[in-house]
Design a protein around this ligand. Sequence first.
Ligand code: OAD
Length: 235
Amino acid sequence: MRRPGSILILTGAGISAESGVDTFRDKGGIWSQVKLEDVATPEGFSRDPAMVHAFYNARRAGLAAIEPNAAHHALAKLERVHDGAVTLVTQNIDDLHERAGSRNIVHMHGELTKAFCATCGAHLLADGDLSADLVCSACGHAGGMRPDVVWFGEIPYHMDDIYKRLLAADLFVSIGTSGAVYPAAGFVAEARAAGIRTLELNLEPSDGTPLFDEARHGKASVLVPAFATEILAGI
Ligand code: OAD
């Protein structure tokens, strides 16, 4: 692939699937195990904070048992070696990109390894379980701590910064996402409208496939290293 200067890469649950993380909408995915309304909405959290904390506590604890896979490592190498900017915008709340060595990451749906205090607005590191009665280490108030994740009905993080970086890119790549959730699902149309080349790497055709200039289908652990090699070789 002709060497682009600046690359913006969007990742979704599919890039972590081969590390053992469940995706959301595939067969047996998270939304077939639990109700989205219960664990991924502010209303669900108000109804039953203990249950929502338990769901995210289990996912946070699960991070210790998983490792980045070849796709995460390939993106970290691309960022390190490519002579233009490589921005990673992820919908994932796991920390596998960081652990693979990527540094230029925007977590638009938040991070499992952080807590958010609804009382004072602090984003704090969270390496253990959160609970409804936890005291915020920034403001000292109890009862306002929640997982630092974006729920349905809330605005994803860093959107102004993401659109600025997207529109400055020469290439937009979408990896392992079904294209079912906005605003991320709309990035391909925004990129195309701005004349930016677009590429999809996904296990199977996604909702957005027809909008991409090019789509390659297969496992992220195979497609992503091949893509990174192509870019670095200027093929
Ligand atoms: P989805 O579960 O909707 O989509 C995962 C995509 O990954 C599917 O298109 C799969 O085909 C693909 N996939 C699965 N295994 C793969 C593999 N080994 N290699 C490559 N692709 C693979 O997950 P997301 O698109 O990330 O938001 O979901 C977007 C958002 O919806 C999530 O961030 C979450 C969810 O509800 C919130 O909770 C706010």
